[in-house]
Design a protein around this ligand. Structure first.
Ligand code: AMP
Length: 277
């Protein structure tokens, strides 16, 4: 496994790789969610590149860039184990040199949900992902359904800007009690970790109501809100039932509907979602 820090060297090494090249962008502190993406790339692509880059541009001024968990040694061991060919691990100065002054913007889709909660967040995401796509030039790039809005936005960016690659979205990997795996789960103390189950419980309730024939989106939202409010450590940021493609909020649930929630457990903000089919 090759570990590369510079863009120039990444480009050079890229030329020798067997096509097709699969690419998994990450911010490191890897868990089974990330590894599921790498494993899928391993089955579909001849070469697999994983990037580890904690992208300052997608963190707000008061957000957790400095506190974001990092463990490069462990990450590299895990990536080696699942069969990664190249780990691209650039520094912040390599990606954003002093005179850097461009951005890639996707419109409407970035204004709602996570975008409304964190203005500028998706601009940071699309700009870095576009740069990484240009550097790595993958045939396929893999993203987790865990960050559903991000996946929809990157798909839109790739389509609108004629990027020559396939955007693949793969299912959310969960802990046994349903909590979606996330690097941020490490911020939870044992009591908060227990309370964090409420996210998946709320999503499961929405799934159950929908399966029983409930199509009133307002009712789904209200029932989820009521359930989450019963958990004293939880504070709701949003509970959304939206069209899975446009992200427009729905009055009547119709497939594919994205049920997504953002909830603070103590001081840790967690997001999760399911799709109603
Ligand atoms: P991150 O390191 O948080 O930027 O995540 C890198 C990629 O892994 C993104 O495409 C995420 O959506 C994906 N990912 C993160 N957590 C999970 C999970 N629990 N299941 C599946 N994919 C995930």
């Amino acid at each position: 496994m090759e570990v590369i820090g510079s863009i120039a060297e990444m480009r050079r090494f890229r030329q020798q790789l067997t096509e097709p090249v699969g690419f998994v962008p990450t911010m490191g502190f890897l868990h089974e969610g990330h590894l599921s993406l790498v494993r899928q790339a391993r089955t579909e692509d001849s070469s697999v590149i994983v990037s580890i880059f904690v992208n300052p541009a997608q963190f707000g001024p008061r957000e957790d860039f400095d506190k974001y968990p990092r463990n490069t040694e462990r990450d590299l061991a895990l990536l080696e184990e699942v069969g990664t060919d190249v780990v691209f691990m650039p520094s912040v100065a390599e990606i954003y040199p002093d005179q850097f002054d461009s951005s890639v913007e996707v419109g409407r889709l970035t204004q709602r949900l996570e975008g409304a909660a964190h203005p500028g967040h998706f601009s940071g995401v699309t700009t870095v992902v576009a740069k990484l796509f240009n550097i790595v030039q993958p045939a396929r790039a893999y993203f987790g359904q865990k960050d559903a809005q991000q996946a929809v936005i990157i798909r839109k960016m790739a389509a609108d800007l004629d990027m020559n690659l396939e955007v693949v979205t793969l299912p959310t990997v969960r802990e046994p009690d349903g909590l979606a795996m996330s690097s941020r789960n490490t911020h939870l103390n044992p009591q908060e970790r227990k309370a964090a189950k409420v996210l998946y419980q709320a999503l499961s309730l929405a799934q159950e109501l929908w399966s029983q024939g409930e199509t009133d989106a307002g009712k789904l939202r209200r029932q989820m809100v009521d359930l989450i409010r019963r958990e004293p450590l939880a504070t709701i940021d949003y509970v959304s039932v939206a069209d899975a493609e446009t992200l427009d909020e729905l009055d009547r649930v119709q497939p594919l509907a994205l049920v997504s929630i953002a909830v603070k457990i103590g001081r840790t903000r967690l997001i999760d979602n399911i799709v109603l089919e």
